[in-house]
Design a binder for this molecule. Structure first.
Ligand SMILES: [Zn+2]
Length: 328
């Protein structure tokens, strides 16, 4: 097993998934997993997880190795997906054919991953067929099943899998969701999004350390909102940038509180050194200032003026920050 990319890059994050991450990072890959939730997000996550298991590059899923490229093109020879059109069932013959292919393929030595979607809809004969496969696992084969509800999965199947609930909305772990425009245009795991987040984090650092005057901070936010990160991307817009600033401050608040699991922005691990520079009270005060400004700007009230006022208020909130930590 190759090294894994940071957990913060997983598109879905829950406490249980973090345990799974650790388990896989330690080289203990489960033989059978059950993803529970709505069909589209569970399938998407199954594909993401298969990509990790099959990646041959560094920091899986690396996105560059032949395996990751095959996954992206949906033609990976060691990734098998069995699903049916709405209204029909996976049949016993389908499972049987898959079993035969797995037997052949796993002889080549590499890992093989398969997914059977909608096992709660499985015909009982097909379910029994599948059960036999799960009971006699091949060493290099990882099984994944998806279901809408774990209660509707045959207990004998369920008991052989490590089960994980995935949120109905894959963006849900952001818990204050990204605006639909932002979520629609930006893949949370993409490099372009990570680049924007890095700039937001840098901006937050400058704010908290008091290294720049408020008017310069306001101008930088304006620039970040107006400039696309790369040629194929739209500019973010001020409301979305402020949303990211509020997420960044909340990540920091979680860190100040000693909690590291609620990280929402990629690369916000970089925030950890900032958590010594401020307090939970100041952050709790700052977040509504940002959200209030976002609401005003969305209501089309003077963008530039509001950004400047926000930066002045935020700097008041964080001022005296150096007195907080310098042991004088
Ligand atoms: Zn890869």
């Amino acid at each position: 097993m190759r090294r894994l990319a940071p957990y913060t890059q997983w598109p879905v994050q829950t406490a249980l998934l973090q345990q799974l991450y650790q388990q896989v990072a330690d080289g203990r890959v489960p033989q059978a997993l059950l993803w529970i939730g709505e069909p589209a997000p569970t399938l998407k996550f199954a594909e993401f997880f298969a990509g990790i298991l099959l990646c041959t590059g560094e920091a899986a899923p690396c996105g560059h190795c032949p395996s990751c490229r095959w996954m992206a093109a949906s033609n990976h020879p060691d990734w098998w997906l069995l699903r049916t059109e709405p209204g029909s069932q996976v049949r016993s013959e389908d499972v049987e054919r898959l079993q035969a292919q797995l037997q052949r393929r796993s002889h080549s030595g590499g890992r093989v991953v398969y997914c059977i979607a909608g096992v709660d809809e499985l015909h009982p004969v097909a379910a029994n067929r599948l059960l036999k496969t799960l009971e006699e696992p091949l060493p290099s084969v990882v099984a994944m099943l998806t279901a809408r509800s774990s209660l509707r999965v045959l207990p004998t199947l369920r008991s052989r899998c490590l089960a994980f609930s995935l949120p109905a909305d894959p963006k849900a772990p952001w818990d204050d969701p990204l605006s639909s425009r932002l979520a629609g245009c930006w893949e949370p795991s993409s490099q372009a999004f990570a680049a924007v987040c890095s700039r937001v984090i840098q901006w937050t650092e400058d704010l908290i350390q008091g290294t720049k005057p408020p008017l310069q901070l306001a101008a930088e936010l304006h620039e970040l909102a107006e400039q696309p990160a790369d040629a194929d991307q739209q500019a973010l817009g001020t409301a979305d940038v402020l949303h990211l600033v509020s997420l960044c401050l909340r990540d920091l608040l979680h860190r100040v509180a000693g909690e590291n699991t609620c990280v929402r922005l990629p690369a916000s691990v970089k925030l950890s050194h900032l958590s010594n520079l401020t307090s939970a009270a100041r952050l709790a005060h700052a977040i509504p200032v940002v959200l209030d400004t976002k609401a005003r700007i969305q209501a089309h009230v003077g963008t530039a003026l509001n950004l400047e006022r926000m930066c002045i208020r935020l700097q008041e909130v964080f001022s005296g920050v150096h007195r907080d930590w310098r042991p004088l």
